[in-house]
Design a protein around this ligand. Structure first.
Ligand SMILES: Cc1cc2nc3c(=O)[nH]c(=O)nc-3n(C[C@H](O)[C@H](O)[C@H](O)COP(=O)(O)OP(=O)(O)OC[C@H]3O[C@@H](n4cnc5c(N)ncnc54)[C@H](O)[C@@H]3O)c2cc1C
Length: 380
């Protein structure tokens, strides 16, 4: 006998949104969470995540971002809380380097609103950034930052108000298709659901089938915060989120949300981790040194001393995009995981697509082949 129409495994960034969206479709989904939603050892940790509509590469991501933006606003309406602060975002780099021309090429394909700010204009409008004359900035007016734990907890609350059930401290150990459903097992119990969404992020590896296990790996990513000499200069009204890639140096960050500290972190420094438990939360001396050097060079208004740091897990696919959908011929188990260091900004959209498609009511968007698990093959 079935215990329900839909279970969501992992109630973090994406799972909370899937639970919320499924609950809006008139069913009572059940969420299984290994710890508790938005716990600080998940990819939700670290207060904020960058949101932006302009990016390099896969242009089919743009409709997903547009849907995500709309759904973040819906979550704000449902919860009465500010979740997405669209303070704008800067992409900074050498005008003729590897980053800015590739970014402009992607923007040309999507038509995302933007403004090119040459060196002198950057110096006038954003003196916090110390640029060299061969650098420029691209302003994305719809970019900003998301309050991560607030978003996840708001989605869970909204889902529960709509009749969803949350089972905490329940790590799922096994997921398998059985006659007429999917059986999931925790350390103490067994349930059968019509459909299951796997959204366990860094914890998905062990419950994925071998064909997908071969294409994912966990990475450790760290975050660092600095004190602002003048916090007003780094407030959301004056200091957009930013990503800067100049030669070998790269840094990204967000304005202060506590009126004291500013997040400014090396970009692209994820390192392999056997599993989430083995992640070292301390930074290595090399990470500390490189972060301080880069901050000193790029943002002279920050006091060059790390006042807060931490490290978090995320699941990466071998092509650094994600897994969204079932494997061919196995429609009952839907994967929504592996979003490779970029998933929070689109978590609201991923949850909506997953819930709708898993229940057989999709598709929500076309042209998502770059995310479909089928690109890695069929079940063994
Ligand atoms: C340091 C850092 C900075 C980042 N910066 C950005 C950014 O600026 N912008 C952006 O868009 N993205 C960013 N990302 C990426 C983004 O945060 C992640 O891609 C996204 O949060 C992953 O969501 P998830 O739901 O897959 O995983 P999580 O949010 O980690 O959720 C997984 C949940 O599943 C639970 N779980 C695990 N195993 C099991 C199990 N067996 N049974 C039940 N539950 C289980 C976990 O406890 C957890 O709650 C960043 C990531 C990191 C780590």
């Amino acid at each position: 006998m079935s215990d329900g129409q839909l279970a969501v495994i992992g109630v973090g960034s994406v799972g909370s949104m899937a639970l919320w969206q499924a609950s809006k479709l008139g069913i009572a989904p059940v969420g299984f969470e290994a710890v508790t939603p938005a716990h600080p050892r998940s990819a939700v940790g670290g207060d904020t995540r960058l949101f932006r509509m302009t990016y390099r590469g896969e242009h089919n991501l743009y409709p997903v971002l547009q849907l995500a933006e709309r759904l973040w606003r819906q979550l704000e309406q449902d919860s009465g809380k500010e979740i997405l602060t669209q303070c704008g975002g800067l992409s900074i780099g050498e005008t003729d380097g590897a980053y800015i021309p590739a970014l402009l090429d992607s923007i040309g394909r999507t038509g995302a609103p933007h403004e090119v700010l040459p060196y002198a204009e950057m110096a006038r409008r954003y003196p916090q950034h110390h640029l060299s004359p061969d650098e420029c900035g691209i302003l994305d007016p719809r970019a900003g930052f998301l309050r991560t734990d607030r978003a996840v907890l708001s989605a869970v609350d909204a889902a529960r108000e709509n009749g969803a059930q949350l089972i905490k401290n329940a790590p799922v150990r096994d997921i398998r298709e059985v006659a007429g459903g999917v059986q999931i097992s925790t350390d103490t119990d067994r349930w059968t659901f019509d459909r299951v969404i796997v959204a366990a992020g860094f914890g998905s590896g062990t419950v994925l089938p071998p064909i997908l296990q071969r294409h994912v790996h966990t990475k450790r990513n760290f975050l660092t915060w600095f004190t602002a000499g003048d916090p007003q200069q780094f407030a959301p009204e004056t200091f957009p989120v930013f990503i800067r890639i100049t030669g070998d140096l790269s840094l990204y960050g967000a304005p202060t949300v506590d009126k004291v500290t500013v997040k400014a972190t090396l970009d692209g420094r994820g390192t392999p981790a056997a599993d989430a438990d083995s992640i070292d939360r301390e930074l290595t001396p090399g990470e500390v040194w490189e972060t301080i050097e880069t901050v000193q060079a790029f943002l002279p208004g920050l006091i060059p001393e790390i006042v807060r740091s931490d490290a978090y897990p995320d699941l990466f696919t071998t092509d650094s995009t994600g897994l969204l959908g079932p494997l061919p011929g196995r429609d009952r188990i839907y994967y929504a995981t592996g979003f490779s260091g970029t998933g929070f900004k689109i978590a609201s959209a991923l949850g909506a697509i997953a819930a709708t498609e898993a229940l057989g009511r999709g598709p929500v968007l076309e042209d998502l082949d770059f995310l479909r698990p089928a690109r890695f093959g069929s079940p063994d």
